[in-house]
Design a protein around this ligand. Sequence first.
Ligand code: FAD
Length: 376
Amino acid sequence: MVHTFDVLVAGAGPAGSSAARVLARAGLSVALLDRREFPRPKLCGGLLTWKTGQELERVFGPGVLEGVVDFETPRFEIRHWDQVLAAGAGPQPFRLVKRRVLDQRLLDLARDAGAQFFPGQAVTGCDPWQGELRTAQGGIFRGRFLIGADGAGSVLRSSLFPDKAAWRRNLAAALEIFLPPGALPDAPDFPRLYAGCARTGYGWVFPNSDGHVVGLCGLLRGDKDPGALFRKFLDFLGVPEKSRPALHGHPLPYGNWIARPFGGRLLLAGDAAGIVEPLLGEGIFYALSSGRLAAQAVLGEAKGGAVAGPAYAGALARNILPELRAANRLRWVLFGLLRWPGPRGLAGLLRLLQNPLAQAVHGLRSYGLLQPKRWD
Ligand SMILES: Cc1cc2nc3c(=O)[nH]c(=O)nc-3n(C[C@H](O)[C@H](O)[C@H](O)COP(=O)(O)OP(=O)(O)OC[C@H]3O[C@@H](n4cnc5c(N)ncnc54)[C@H](O)[C@@H]3O)c2cc1C
């Protein structure tokens, strides 16, 4: 059986649900496909910055985070192993969520708006020019527009950008475990980042209501064995081997964004397009906002306006790409300082710029010269 819709959205993470909700609210027929049944787990620290909360409310409404936020604090700390480089409180609270819960809420709101959800449909084939998706379960879906929001391992991206070497050049591995209370000897009640445990990347310990998330990400071309780095990090934290759950990893786009992520009838959003901030690896905000921008471009063309792909690329170039480029430049400065003159050099810069940098993390300032920032 062939299913026909105005728009097919592949992937019901933040990028897909955001796009599906915007499109369905505007009256288009939307199929939202995911290979998983929901709720499903998603490896993620679940840390939300201020700008993420703003974007969530903009697309999903003011009550979107009610009952979803697990832990909240403005405090943070940055260490180089056990040396504290910076500590304090940011201008806004960090909010911590479980992705299983957040993503289910966003999916429910996309469905409330009218999107039709197809769980357990793993896309295996995409024809971006004909507007067709095929799934491993035998489904055939056709749409005037396709949105690829199927994450870092995107099948839809491969149909437009088959060069895997280019994609891997700035790909990180991210590993994470969840530890219950008592398993972590020094358990902070605020997010703590650890520099120095990956060449280009960092470790983290995030609290939530029932324990701690411990993770590490590192650019693969610098660190060939992220699993070994993570075990060393867990040894340093004093997590006994017998209380460690199995390690899980997931690819994290880390500077490999695609500047013009479209072709034929297909627009890519979120991790599928590599749209993740390349300093801290923050991706939820960028998935939500690129999903919305892709949907707005589709709506424009559907109403007789500009062609969606170039319109979307223009919106990314205005709103998002300058921020990714600035964060990328800053990352090389900060990780470079760690190598020379060393952690004290990084501590000096963080002390000098702590407040504007904390504002940049939340999106109140741009990473570009730390100027005040407005998001469209
Ligand atoms: C360990 C780790 C920690 C992180 N911590 C944070 C953090 O604290 N804060 C933050 O902002 N960001 C964090 N990120 C980044 C963030 O998780 C991602 O950037 C974000 O999830 C991207 O959203 P998305 O909707 O683009 O993709 P995803 O959330 O990956 O969603 C993609 C969806 O597509 C579905 N899918 C995949 N393939 C197919 C297919 N073939 N057919 C159909 N469906 C498919 C998947 O099941 C999934 O539901 C972290 C990432 C990792 C790996």
